[in-house]
Design a protein around this ligand. Structure first.
Ligand code: ADP
Ligand code: MG
Length: 365
C-alpha cells in the first residue's frame, strides 16, 4: 500500500522540461542531467566571472509523509535550497500530527494550548475557510481520520455508529481559538486538529518567501505532487506542470503552463485503501464521516497562494462540482475539476494555458 501511495505521489503532478511533452519518470537520469548542467554552469562562471542565472540547485527530501523536491536557479540557488529544506523540516516538526513532540500533537494530547506564529496563522485561516465552506473544510476532522486508520496506515472501515459518535467530536464550532493570545481549546473531550489539508500549501508559499529573501528569481517546489513556482523558467518561458487526473499512472490529464503560481491537487487516488472491492480515500466529508463521495476524482486549484490552493483543493473536493466550482470562482482562483465520469471542467482564466492530453476526457466549455 505504502509503495503504491509513493508512486502515485511522484506521478501525480510533474514538471515537464524543455519542449518535450513526455512525462519524466526516471529521476536518476534526470538528476544526472541536472548535475551535468550544474557542473557545466559552474565552470562557465569560474572562467568569465559572470553569474549564470540558469545554474540549478536542487534537493530531494522526504517530509510530511511525501517526497519533495526543491529547486532554485541562479547564484543564490544553493543557499536558498538549503534554507528551504531547513524550513520544510521545521514546519514538519511543528505541524505533524504523528510526531509526538510537534506543536499540533501536543495541543491534541493536552486538549488545547498556545500556538506559535505558523500554527496560529494556519488555524486562524483554516477556521475562516471552515466557515466560508459551510464546514466542508474541517481541521477538527482528526478523530475520524484516526478511526479510519489514515493516520497510521492501519486501515479499517468504522461502523456507522462509531462514525456518528465521532462526528460529535469534529464540530468546528467546538474549536475555540483566541487570536489575541494564540490559544486554542476544545469544547468536547477527545477533539483534535489535523492540518494535513493545508500544511503542504503553506510550506510551499513559505519556500517562495525564502527564495525571494535569498534573491532567487526563478525556482520551484514540488511537495508530493503539489507544485509552486517562483517566476518563470530561467529562459523566460512558463513552467509546465502535468496534472494527473486518472488512476492509471501511465497517463496524465493535461499540461498547465504557469508562472508565479501554486498548482495544488486533491484526489481520491492519492491516499486510499480497498476493502471488499470498495475504495476508501482520505478526504472526509465532515457531514457523514465517510470519504467524500462528491462525484469528483480530483480538484486542482491554481492561485498565487499555496495555502489558499491547498485549502480550496480539499474543500472543493468535498463540496463537489457545482458548489465547489461556485466557491472557487468566489475565491478568485482558477480550477480544474475532474469528475469520476471523466469530464473535465476548467475555469476560463486558464483555458488557454491548459492542454488536455487524454482523449478519453471531455473538456466542458
Ligand atoms: P494531500 O495531502 O494528499 O495532498 P489534501 O490537501 O486534500 O491532499 O489533504 C488531505 C488531508 O487533509 C487528509 O489527509 C487529512 O489530513 C485532511 N482532511 C481530510 N478531510 C478533510 C476535510 N474535510 N477538511 C480539512 N482537512 C481534511
Ligand atoms: Mg489540500
Amino acid at each position: 500500500m505504502k509503495k503504491k501511495i509513493l508512486v502515485l505521489f511522484l506521478l501525480s503532478t510533474m514538471i515537464l522540461g524543455g519542449c518535450s511533452t513526455q512525462k519524466i519518470t526516471d529521476s536518476s537520469s534526470q538528476k544526472e542531467e541536472a548535475q551535468e548542467a550544474k557542473n557545466q554552469d559552474i565552470s562557465e562562471e569560474s572562467t568569465d566571472g559572470e553569474v549564470d542565472e540558469s545554474q540549478e540547485a536542487s534537493k530531494d527530501v522526504f517530509a510530511m509523509d511525501t517526497y519533495m523536491t526543491v529547486t532554485a536557479y541562479g547564484s543564490h540557488g544553493e543557499e536558498a535550497v538549503e534554507k528551504a529544506v531547513t524550513e520544510i523540516e521545521r514546519l514538519d516538526g511543528l505541524l505533524s500530527t504523528g510526531e509526538e513532540s510537534s506543536e499540533i500533537a501536543q495541543v491534541n494530547a493536552n486538549g488545547g494550548g498556545t500556538l506559535g506564529k505558523d500554527a496560529s496563522y494556519l488555524v486562524e485561516r483554516a477556521l475562516e475557510f471552515g466557515k466560508s465552506t459551510g464546514g466542508a473544510f474541517d481541521i477538527a476532522i482528526y478523530p475520524i481520520m484516526k478511526e479510519w486508520g489514515f493516520t497510521t496506515g492501519d486501515f479499517k472501515v468504522p461502523s456507522k455508529e462509531t462514525l456518528d459518535g465521532l462526528l460529535e467530536k469534529t464540530k468546528l464550532s467546538d474549536v475555540v481559538f483566541d487570536k489575541e493570545t494564540s490559544t486554542i481549546s476544545f469544547k468536547t473531550d477527545g477533539m483534535a486538529i489535523d492540518l494535513g489539508g493545508i500544511a503542504k500549501g503553506y510550506t510551499s508559499t513559505r519556500i517562495m518567501d525564502i527564495y525571494r529573501e535569498c534573491g532567487v528569481k526563478s525556482g520551484l517546489v514540488n511537495l508530493g505532487g503539489n507544485v509552486q513556482a517562483l517566476g518563470t523558467k530561467t529562459d523566460g518561458s512558463k513552467w509546465r506542470v502535468a496534472i494527473q487526473g486518472v488512476e492509471d499512472d501511465d497517463s496524465y490529464l493535461g499540461v498547465l503552463s504557469i508562472s508565479d503560481k501554486a498548482v495544488i491537487t486533491s484526489g481520491g487516488y492519492e491516499r486510499y485503501f480497498e476493502q471488499d472491492g470498495v475504495t476508501y480515500h482520505h478526504i472526509i466529508d465532515p457531514t457523514t464521516g465517510y470519504p467524500a463521495d462528491s462525484g469528483l476524482m480530483s480538484v486542482s486549484i491554481i492561485s498565487k497562494d499555496g495555502f489558499l490552493s491547498d485549502a480550496l483543493s480539499t474543500a472543493c473536493f468535498v463540496m463537489g462540482l457545482e458548489n465547489g466550482m461556485k466557491y472557487a470562482r468566489e475565491q478568485n482562483v482558477e480550477a480544474i475539476f475532474v469528475t469520476t465520469d471523466q469530464k473535465v471542467y476548467v475555469t476560463k482564466g486558464i483555458r488557454k494555458n491548459f492542454r488536455i492530453q487524454v482523449d478519453a476526457y471531455e473538456l466542458e466549455k
